[in-house]
Design a protein around this ligand. Structure first.
Ligand code: ACM
Length: 417
């Protein structure tokens, strides 16, 4: 298994050193706000806002399951400060406008002190004005494109420097630099592809074609014909949910060979692979900070608890891992507070600098509210699990503006140098 040294491809993107030496691990300053504690009648109200229906439910329903499992575990172990977490559940049905509406309901009507939610960046962006307007806290577990720096969002997933920094050079070195970029048509794939293009440019590669299909799109014959004609070295894939599943099935059915033209995905995990079918996914690649087969005592416990709660045929994956560990980060932050001071703002301030032993390893909440993670590159096997072929030697700090020198997300918000 390869171990990867860090490279810094982007001139001027030197935020990492500054962040690492800025007293991250110091005890957080915990301010007492004028708002009364959100804990009421011996309960702490929290919201779950994950789609249980619609085109991204294939992955998002598993985030719901992972977060709910953590809540149930915490309650079974006595809660936080002796109080139970009271869970309010909404199904926004994969629709961004419904996300915004239900987020408001959870924060205003149900008085949740935090809401855990969203897979797509489109839904996170729809919630953003609501959570900022309410000065509440949104725990977002998903990999995303960066270029955001809200003080009301706890970002648990990888940003481009934690997913692409090793992946793109490794693909170029092993398969070649002619990439075909295919994604769904919204902010996340477009931004990730901007980063991929920039890296390819620096490495002497090129994007031979870039195209987008609507969310939920499932008919890929013309895309596959174009790929067959163009013969790229790599299919760089940011399709999500049902689209990713349909594309990979049709790619396999068309007889395209992963050894000659692998699909390299930033989103595909064990849960999409289970829906695709192991044979159709085998030989292709994903970049992620967690795979289900990761060996650690924390992961053994997580996998066992998840399968025993939701069924032995289920899988864990890098986004459900984050949905799970974020509830424990929330718990650790609330434990740092006096029960009279449990407000979203105080939880956020208490969370900065927290380290947690997550299934993937020890992770850390940065002052920019993103998470330090352990990047890996893995090749899918036909049994639906993945072989890690490269893993980072060190935990990698999140740099949400990595591709945008001159801008940094800090503890004070976005700074432009
Ligand atoms: C994503 O939309 N952040 C996968």
């Amino acid at each position: 298994m390869g171990r990867m040294k860090r490279r810094n491809f982007i001139k001027g993107a030197g935020a990492l050193g500054a962040v690492a030496s800025s007293g991250l691990l110091a005890a957080p300053a915990i301010l007492t706000t004028t708002r009364m504690s959100y804990a009421q009648n011996g309960e702490i109200p929290v919201g779950l806002l994950f789609s249980l229906t619609g085109e991204v439910a294939v992955v998002e329903s598993t985030l719901h399951d992972a977060a709910l499992l953590a809540i149930e575990e915490i309650n079974a172990a006595g809660g936080i400060h002796g109080m139970q977490l009271r869970t309010f559940i909404e199904d926004p049905a994969s629709d961004p406008a419904t996300f915004a509406d239900r987020a408001r309901r959870l924060m205003v009507r149900d008085q949740c002190v935090s809401v855990f939610g969203s897979y797509t960046s489109a839904s996170r962006q729809a919630v953003l004005p609501v959570v900022e307007g309410q000065n509440n806290l949104y725990w977002y577990p998903t990999l995303y494109e960066g270029r955001e720096c809200s003080r009301n969002v706890m970002y648990g997933g990888a940003v481009p420097n934690q997913q692409q920094q090793d992946f793109v050079p490794w693909l170029v070195e092993n398969y070649g630099g002619r990439f075909y970029l295919i994604g769904n048509d919204y902010v996340y794939p477009r931004e990730e592809n901007n980063v991929a293009r920039m890296l390819l440019d620096q490495l002497g590669g090129e994007a031979v074609h870039e195209e987008y299909v609507p969310l939920g799109h499932s008919e890929f014959s013309s895309v596959i014909n174009r790929i067959r004609q163009m013969q790229p070295d790599v299919i760089f894939c940011t399709l999500v949910g049902d689209s990713d599943v349909a594309f990979q099935r049709q790619y396999h059915a068309a007889g395209l060979d992963p050894d000659a033209m692998p699909v390299a995905s930033l989103t595909r995990s064990e849960v999409e692979v289970a829906a695709i079918g192991g044979d159709a996914a085998a030989g292709h690649y994903s970049s992620a900070p967690y795979f289900m087969g990761h060996q650690s005592p924390e992961n053994e416990r997580f996998v066992e608890a998840y399968l025993s709660r939701w069924g032995g045929d289920q899988v864990t994956h890098f986004v459900s891992e984050a949905a799970y560990f974020q509830v424990y980060q929330f718990k650790a932050a609330v434990e740092r507070l006096d029960p009279a001071d449990i407000t979203p703002e105080n939880i956020r301030d208490a969370a900065v600098g927290l380290t947690t032993r997550a299934p993937q390893g020890e992770i850390l909440i940065d002052e920019n509210l993103h998470t330090h993670l352990w990047p890996k590159i893995a090749r899918w096997r036909s049994d639906g699990q993945a072989d890690v072929v490269v893993e980072s030697e060190e935990r990698i700090a999140p740099e949400p503006y990595w591709a945008y020198p001159g801008q940094r997300c800090t503890g004070e918000g976005l700074v432009t140098d």
